[in-house]
Ligand binder design. Sequence first.
Ligand code: ADP
Ligand code: MG
Length: 250
Amino acid sequence: MMLTVNSVTRQFGGFRAVDGVSLQLADKEILGIAGTNGAGKSTLFAAIAGQQPADEGSIQFEGHDITRMAPYRRARLGLVRTFQVPREFKSLTVHENLMVAAPNPAGERLFNGILSTRSLRNHEVELARKADGILQFLNLARVRDVKAGGLSGGQKKLVELGRVLMLDPRCILLDEPFAGVNPVLIEEICERVRQLNAQGIAFIVIEHHLQALKALSNRMIVMDRGRILAEGDPHSVLDDPRVQEAYMGG
Ligand code: ADP
Ligand code: MG
């Protein structure tokens, strides 16, 4: 298994936003997570990626116990996330947004005293090329030099994806990638996810938009009030009466 989440709980002042959740993600899998507002989906991502570490339980990623690891170290292992509300730097261009997402080698290598101005510059040229390649892949080359604050909702979601791609991830957690995105761009985002998945990147995708999630996922989980309500192939999960009740009955 690439990722194993064991009975993870995350509390806020005694309230269990995530309450004993266990799940597994296999290599190259796309796992969908649905559930009504407040079900604990984003908090589960925060526990997995490290912004809100688990209070109880444990998390393993590619053989490492990451339960209490800092988020940047999880990212270095290849585990990254996007946020429900895009966190782009509004006054930076799209290209610059990708550049600043890349890990900075200077901090690490400076101590060794081997880092010349020239090698720093080479590194930056390399990163700039890498960012351009990603922008091309995401169909964002046209807006390369546009300030990110002026983009549409869907384009901002793509920039979020571009930023995490700068980190050479093995597993990407996408938090509501289709929210506020027009149908044409939703299809485009799905296509990019499929292509990245074909290259070996595993995904967990949180989404309200059930039909798009069903089409994208190999397997689905539905959460309700901090717990897993149903799990299995997308078809049977969405047909599950408990799931329909949670969605309809509120
Ligand atoms: P979802 O993403 O499924 O809509 P969240 O994980 O965002 O749900 O939230 C789950 C519950 O935890 C909600 O009741 C929310 O109000 C609460 N919650 C989330 N983050 C915090 C926080 N930082 N402090 C206090 N309560 C929080
Ligand atoms: Mg959420």
